[in-house]
Design a protein around this ligand. Structure first.
Ligand SMILES: Cc1cc2nc3c(=O)[nH]c(=O)nc-3n(C[C@H](O)[C@H](O)[C@H](O)COP(=O)(O)OP(=O)(O)OC[C@H]3O[C@@H](n4cnc5c(N)ncnc54)[C@H](O)[C@@H]3O)c2cc1C
Length: 287
């Protein structure tokens, strides 16, 4: 099991602003890491983590970052659960105190971590948004099943909306399939951001429709006790769970607003957002 130590309390969408520091111990060549990460999915079950940390605060924010593999059993790694809207704690905050990482666990050159992280993020968006599922897999499956099996729930309005969402879900599924075939040849591009955008919108619309279709039954919730699940599950359990869990889909792996910016700039070629801080040394940025 692996987890991703990227986001911090002060660095989410603006990930390059991150402040967790890694300083080289000249005697051993190891890196000593101090800082805090947050929203780390599965940190409580992970044996290893991918970690980005600042190795040169004198450089502008995108340039002084280095990418490491971190051993989650190091005594300096403390994992504390964060409870979600579903009641579960799928993610955590992670405190790093004098964590020692051998230089052999550095991925890419010193200061080049942003480029490595881009590869991770592009792949993450495809893996979240373009999972391989059969027809009627994912969120649309339980709604279509309820529709077929329980005619008493049907209304004309819901029928129109369900048909539209069914078609959207099938188009998204086939687009994901095509994207994965392109990926065999190389790196995912910004198309993965488009895929993940559609995935979040669809999941939220479909799970909303399911709750409407089921009426009061859709509001029932099976278990509010605090649990720390072993896996991340977007579609499991009952309609109430799916409705609540899908809210995070437009945040995790990059928010929908940020992904829209990526599609606008890198797919459509529209002018980029003003970025006044990109040439300023990280240590001089307001935080
Ligand atoms: C379920 C879940 C699992 C997660 N798992 C992990 C994990 O395993 N590892 C990890 O590192 N992180 C993880 N995250 C964190 C996730 O990547 C961040 O929450 C996300 O990048 C947003 O950062 P933020 O929460 O700091 O929000 P902020 O960046 O503070 O954003 C706040 C709001 O401002 C908007 N916004 C920000 N910048 C812009 C902009 N330039 N243009 C338009 N709107 C903007 C955002 O869209 C958002 O609505 C997870 C999050 C969730 C919900």
């Amino acid at each position: 099991m692996w987890c991703q130590l990227f986001s911090e309390p002060g660095a989410g969408s603006d990930l390059a602003a991150l402040g967790t520091g890694a300083v080289r111990d000249e005697a051993s060549g190891d890196w000593i890491v101090n800082g805090q990460k947050v929203w780390t999915s599965s940190a409580h079950t992970a044996r290893w983590a991918i970690l980005i940390a600042r190795t040169d605060p004198e450089q502008p924010k995108h340039r002084g970052i280095t990418y490491f593999v971190c051993d989650m059993t190091d005594p300096g790694v403390e994992v504390r659960p964060l409870r979600q809207i579903t009641g579960e704690a799928e993610f955590n905050e992670v405190f790093l105190t004098d964590v020692r990482i051998p230089d052999a666990h550095r991925l890419g050159a010193v200061g080049e971590g942003w480029k490595v992280a881009q590869t991770t993020l592009m792949n993450e968006r495809v893996s979240i948004g373009g999972m391989r599922i059969p027809r009627e897999g994912g969120m649309i499956g339980p709604v279509a099943k309820a529709w077929r099996e329980r005619p008493e729930l049907r209304t004309h309005d819901l029928h129109q909306r369900l048909m539209k969402l069914w078609v959207d879900a099938e188009v998204a599924r086939l687009t994901g399939e095509r994207l994965r075939q392109q990926l065999v040849a190389g790196q995912p591009g910004p198309e993965g951001s488009g895929m993940k955008l559609g995935f979040a919108r669809l999941n939220q619309e479909i799970s909303g429709l399911e709750v409407e279709l089921l009426g009061e039954e859709g509001l029932l919730y099976d278990d509010w006790t605090m649990r720390r699940p072993e896996i991340v599950d977007f579609t499991g359990r009952d309609a109430g769970y799916r409705y609540l869990r899908s809210k995070g889909n437009s945040i995790e792996g990059g928010t929908s607003e940020v992904l829209l910016n990526i599609v606008a700039e890198r797919v459509l070629g529209l002018p980029s957002e003003p970025r006044t801080d990109k040439d300023v040394a990280w240590k001089d940025l307001a935080r």
